[in-house]
Design a protein around this ligand. Structure first.
Ligand code: GDP
Ligand code: MG
Length: 439
């Protein structure tokens, strides 16, 4: 996929101490192909490459000690910018109810997203009302009612014999009467964009004056999703896009092109059929995900609440100098443990994912207890320089910790791998100052 391809490109750059114009050109050719292959809009790719190239050939890069990383940083920033820069929040009306109107083709995920949004708003302490505005698709009303029941959120319906515009009008009135703070209008879709659909949506729009018009598009349809977004936007002036089915085998092109083509930000992404599979869209996180940097920002956010900043700084220094010992390993485990389920945390750290598969490293919390026991059974000399831990020392450690030789062996192997990874990570740090933002 896109991530693998980009990682290959950057893998070549990463080790380089000096970078020539040819290196940049080669890399940009590969990035261009990778983006096109991921079904990113042609014009978007062209502009993107132009911008990155201009910056990559600048002075800052050639004078850096780690030009490869600086280029990755540039690509990361431009990708983030391409997707809107910062997170776009839902509009809110100062005089409730805030009206959210859903739009999109049939099967894109409007009704499901309506339910998911309702759940999200409810969790934030709001009282949404859902309006069943799809009178055409058989069982569409029922589908919304079932979702409403699951969530304990009321659904306003007038059956399928009243016009959607009238349903929307009366639904909104009901929300005002009953003091709901949010209204979400589910609407009908078609297989293709047609006049009649647009006319109806425009009427609902005129009638309810929504604060938010969310277009729901299926990420799996790639370029088509973007074209659909562009046509809807011409007629309906959208305020945001919801990209669904990102859990499927998508090539990523839609996420990268929507904002550039329509000017309309992606506000949410959906990653599954379940009601809690909706997430606010963070351009910077998506960019690092695409670049295979792991979801470092989510991790950092989590870490900020759980990790002692001074200790983190010290750890960073050690990583930079590759001075990592078993004591640090243990301490880091302790800190990471406070962040949440370890498996989830590991997934967010670059490289960890692969390492987990490679060494079938299992990190449940019980395991951590055993790891701690092993490390505690080491002498301080062993903790400082694990290289001295030979066979007989390993056996002693296993006995001392009440574990097995195999477990001790495995831990030492994991430690070595981790150390290697730390080296890699430290190579990604910009030596001129602070952490490289590409991480
Ligand atoms: P609508 O016609 O636009 O209202 O689409 P629906 O909400 O009825 O969704 C169509 C189908 O797509 C349903 O089977 C949903 O469960 C499924 N669906 C919606 N969003 C997602 C998603 O993010 N991931 C996956 N895998 N399926 C989704
Ligand atoms: Mg529907």
């Amino acid at each position: 996929g896109l991530t693998t391809r980009l990682q290959n490109v950057f893998g070549k750059l990463r080790g380089k101490g000096k970078i020539s114009e040819d290196d940049v050109n080669d890399a940009m050719r590969e990035v261009r192909l990778a983006l096109l292959e991921a079904d990113v809009n042609f014009k978007v790719v062209k502009d993107f490459i132009g911008k990155v190239k201009e910056k990559a050939l600048g002075k800052e890069v050639t004078e850096s000690f780690t030009p490869g990383m600086v280029i990755i940083d540039i690509v990361n920033k431009e990708l983030t910018e391409l997707m809107g820069g910062t997170q776009s929040k839902l509009n809110k009306n100062n005089r409730p109810p805030t009206v959210i109107m859903m739009a999109g083709l049939q099967g894109a995920g409007k009704t499901t997203t309506t339910g998911k949004l309702a759940k999200m708003l409810q969790k934030q302490g709001n009282r949404p009302l859902l309006i069943a505005g799809d009178i055409y698709r058989p069982a569409a009303i029922k589908q919304l009612q079932v979702l409403g029941e699951q969530l304990n959120v009321p659904v306003f319906s007038l059956g399928d014999q009243v016009s959607p515009v009238e349903i929307a009008r009366q639904g909104l009135q009901e929300a005002k009467d009953k003091g709901h703070d949010y209204v979400i209008i589910d609407t009908a879709g078609r297989l293709h964009i047609d006049e009649q659909l647009m006319e109806e949506l425009k009427q609902i729009h005129t009638e309810t004056k929504p604060d938010e018009v969310l277009l729901v598009v299926d990420a799996m349809t790639g370029q088509d999703a973007v074209n659909v977004a562009a046509s809807f936007n011409e007629q309906l002036s959208l305020t945001g896009v919801v990209l669904t089915k990102l859990d499927g085998d998508t090539r990523g092109g839609a996420a990268l092109s929507v904002k550039a083509v329509t000017g309309c930000p992606i506000k949410f992404i959906s990653l599954g059929e379940k009601l809690d599979a909706l997430e606010p869209f963070h351009p910077e996180r998506m960019a690092s995900r695409i670049l295979g940097m792991g979801d470092m920002l989510s991790l950092i956010e989590k870490a900020q609440s759980g990790i002692d900043e001074k200790k983190a700084k010290e750890m960073e220094r050690k990583m930079r100098n590759a001075e990592f010992t078993f004591d640090d390993f243990l301490e880091q485990m302790e800190q990471v443990k406070q962040l949440g389920p370890l498996d989830q945390i590991m997934d967010m750290i670059p490289g960890m994912n692969k390492m987990k598969q490679k060494s079938d490293l299992k990190v449940d919390d019980k395991q951590v207890g055993r790891i701690e026991a092993i490390v505690h059974s080491m002498t301080s000399a062993e903790k400082q320089s694990p290289d001295i831990i030979n066979y007989s020392r390993r056996k002693r450690i296993a006995t001392g910790s009440g574990t097995s030789l195999a477990e001790v062996n495995r831990l030492i192997k994991q430690f070595d791998e981790m150390k290697k990874m730390m080296k890699q990570l430290s190579g990604m740090m910009d030596p001129k100052g602070g952490k490289n933002k590409a991480m």
